[in-house]
Design a protein around this ligand. Sequence first.
Ligand SMILES: Cc1ncc(COP(=O)(O)O)c(C=O)c1O
Length: 401
Amino acid sequence: MTTTTHHRLEELFTARARTMQPLLYPSSPDNGDMISLAYGLADPALFPADDLVSATDAALRDDIDGALNYSPVDGELVEQIVTRLRSEGVEAEANNILIGYGSGQILGLLPELLVEPGDTVIIEGPSFMGAVRRFAIAGARLVTVPVDGQGLDVAALEETLRGLAREGVRPRFIYTIPTFHNPTGATLTLERRKRLVSLAAEYGVLVVEDDAYGDLRFSGQPLPHLAALDDSGWVMRVSTFSKTLAPGVRVGWAYARREIIERLAMLKLEGESGPFITRLVAKYCADGRLERHIAALTSHYRHKCNVMLEAIQREFPADVQVQAPEGGFFVWCRLPEGMSASALLPVAERHGVAFLPGTRCFANGSGDDALRLAFSYQPADKISAGIRRLGAAMRELGEAV
Ligand SMILES: Cc1ncc(COP(=O)(O)O)c(C=O)c1O
């Protein structure tokens, strides 16, 4: 009976829904003695609880009808984002901004706006699969361009765009994470940024700049956002309060030309994003609290990143290659020749540590020679202990190979 219902129900699903795989969330990053370095969760020790309580109080006292009734999105938050973009050299207006339930919601809506099944979307390899999976479900033909230590390989991108143009294919968009890339930590150089923006205009392809980690810089000089280098409207920027304030507030935003923002807003069937939470975030961000909090976060994450890098230096075989990130949540490791990340994972788990295998960050099956480690969530002592365990697992696997 249940099997019949199951089959009868499946027949109702769209082809897209039938191909969907369940998302693997970290059920508990602290699973017994297991130290998970797999996922980029925020550090709960740094959630600004008292300030959020007083921002909640202010949001409710200021305008309880606006905060708790069916109300339009908060103009104050949009204005704060516009002011910030303008200070970065982007000529934004309120109608260039869309607030979403996290940037993930906006990234997930992009294919609704831009992708018919079979259309080409250019992604980075590796990339943030949370977004890429949504492009794939929409039926996009994904074309992967490599990322190296300086970010997206823009020469390879140019080659790809030229090849596609020869076939008469105009990609719908290029999805890129130029600053503190997830998963490699790499930051796109200024020269490459300029080239990327001019290629977008030359080929008439939208660049979607995902700036989830851009505020968390702990070394090096800030670089202009792609949108600040673009004067022809081919850059869309997607950002979030998840990495600076808290993922649980579910507030992200996008900046793009009005034509894009208007249509994305229409696709958000639930309408404006929560009036209560957007007002609360606006109250929190007023008076420079967010900037002060980001400064504290940055020094905290810098310390934990250094703890991880020093432990890697001590504990990993010398031929594991690592590039120190200038910000963000992740360290990307290339394994010694012949060592497979998927073979390493069960050994590591036996040693009491988990990581994200590189294959989970590619849409084309590559990446078994690499893994991603997050230093964001675990406290410093667990980061050191986790890296020690992982080093032991690598040596055990290395001896067995
Ligand atoms: C690169 C990148 N973009 C977007 C997101 C989604 O963030 P949110 O939906 O919480 O704003 C994440 C989350 O991990 C991410 O790593």
